[in-house]
Design a protein around this ligand. Structure first.
Ligand code: UD1
Length: 431
């Protein structure tokens, strides 16, 4: 397995181009299943999760073409998807096991074909992650759902029916899945307590461009009037707010200065405010966001993860690493996932001072310095937190299990090297 080797201590300076958002691209790809026409997605990030989703769609009968393209003068991928007719309505275990977001085929297949079989995703490193909210909403829309042999068997016996659904908890996945189901359902669907993440807005905007009738985009109440047919479209994926936030922390933790080209400030209000409160200079520029921590003395600030527009759980690990380099103590509270401090034991091996209380909170105390070590992480964002710690640690840090990073950070080493980091990938074959 590949590893990432970092020599810490460099001040990062320059600009980083922010890629298209993985968490927007994944449901957008699945939305292409809703029409027999071509859906073209531009500004697509080149990530292993995108490849995995493409493999799943090909297995369902989608024809996919890819083109090398330019988004704002930076290389990006464009993919076009056409599912004239699905040749399979089954998302098998091997695909879903590799990537939980495979569950996004459920809503579209059920809406267009009235049937879908999906392997149950099961838990993952950050918690149990059930699908009860998705399934209960689809049942309220008339689907019959049975769990047999590890698979969800969903059958709408024809067309789904609009319903008034009040989600019992805020779920990004359930909101996207049920939204994609509702656009082709018979009659009106109202989704209350819907998640408001920008990636859901991106999906809803593309669905409307395909002919859907969705109102309330960006709010907690989505009203959808079902239509008989959707059409092809061309859509540019929004910038990845989590990638942007992660590189904002890279600038702050090395006391450097990085302009995040194409980053969208409106999708990052809370994390940018935390950086400002800590003492980092953050300004909106014509091209994105400038994060300047040069000669700044940072102070620790408490953070608590919440659904959007609150502080994103996907930036918790990175900000926790940053607090280690600030003065004073900070309380980091995780309210979205039950097991999301798996990066802490690895950071402790690098000299961190962190006390985890139960599953929900950690006290992080600023330490003078971190020291390089061999580390490994259990999930994508935690892996990036270890890279961040490596960027400021004395000596050499080797981050194992790089496949986590390849799921969500396009050209990670290239982007960090371009702003001055001493970072390289050690290919398995090089060892
Ligand atoms: C998505 C993101 C992930 C992010 C998370 C929260 C993608 C591909 N992934 O994950 O990066 O960390 O949002 O912002 O976009 N829950 C239930 N029952 C359900 C569904 C969810 O109990 O049926 C719980 C989950 O276990 C979790 C919470 O609700 O505790 C939020 O999960 P959800 O918003 O659904 O996250 P995902 O869509 O899986």
């Amino acid at each position: 397995m590949d590893k990432i080797k970092i020599h810490g201590g460099k001040v990062l300076e320059g600009e980083i181009f922010i890629s298209g958002a993985k968490n927007a691209a994944l449901p957008l790809i699945c939305a292409s299943l809703l029409t027999d026409e071509t859906v073209t997605l531009t500004n697509m990030p080149m990530l292993s999760d995108i490849k995995a989703m493409n493999n799943l769609l090909e297995q369902l009968g989608t024809k996919i073409d890819d083109f090398d393209d330019f988004a704002d003068n930076h290389p990006a991928k464009t993919y076009s998807y056409r599912t004239k007719v699905a040749t399979s309505l089954v998302a098998p275990y091997d695909y879903v096991r590799k990537m939980r977001a495979s569950y996004y085929v459920l809503g579209p297949l059920l809406a267009r074909y009235g049937k879908c079989e999906l392997s149950l995703p099961g838990g993952c490193a950050i918690g149990a992650r059930p699908m009860d909210i998705h399934l209960s909403a689809l049942e309220q829309m008339g689907a019959n759902i049975e769990i047999k042999n590890g698979y969800i068997h969903a059958d709408a016996k024809g067309r789904l029916k609009g319903a008034h659904i009040i989600f019992p908890g805020v779920s990004v996945g359930a909101t996207c899945n049920v939204l994609m189901a509702a656009v082709l359902a018979e009659g009106r669907t109202v989704l209350e307590n819907a998640a408001k993440e920008p990636e859901i807005g991106d999906l809803a905007n593309m669905l409307n461009a395909m002919g859907a009738k969705i109102e309330g985009i960006g709010t907690a109440v989505l009203t959808i009037d079902g239509v008989d047919k959707l059409y092809g479209t061309r859509h540019k994926v929004i910038a990845d707010r989590i990638e942007a936030g992660s590189y904002a922390v890279a600038a702050a933790i090395t006391r450097g200065k990085i302009e995040l080209i194409n980053a969208l400030p409106s999708t990052l209000r809370r994390p940018l405010q935390v950086l400002k409160d800590m003492g980092v200079k953050v300004t909106e520029t014509e091209r994105g966001i400038l994060v300047d921590a040069k000669n700044c003395k940072l102070v620790g600030k408490d953070i608590m993860t919440e659904p959007f527009p609150g502080f994103p759980t996907d930036l918790q690990a990175q900000f926790l690493a940053l607090m280690l380099t600030a003065d004073g103590a900070a309380m980091v509270t995780e309210t979205i996932f039950e097991n999301r401090f798996m990066h802490v034991p690895e950071l402790l091996r690098m000299g961190a001072n962190i006390n985890v209380h139960g599953h929900a909170s950690a006290i992080v105390r600023g330490v003078g310095k971190l020291s390089g070590a061999q580390v490994m992480a259990t999930d994508l964002r935690a892996s990036f937190a270890l890279v961040l710690a490596g960027l400021v640690a004395e000596g050499e840090t080797v981050v194992n299990r790089v496949y986590h990073l390849d799921r969500g950070y396009e050209k990670l080493e290239e982007k960090l090297r371009a702003v001055g980091a001493d970072i390289q990938r050690i290919k398995e074959d090089d060892e």
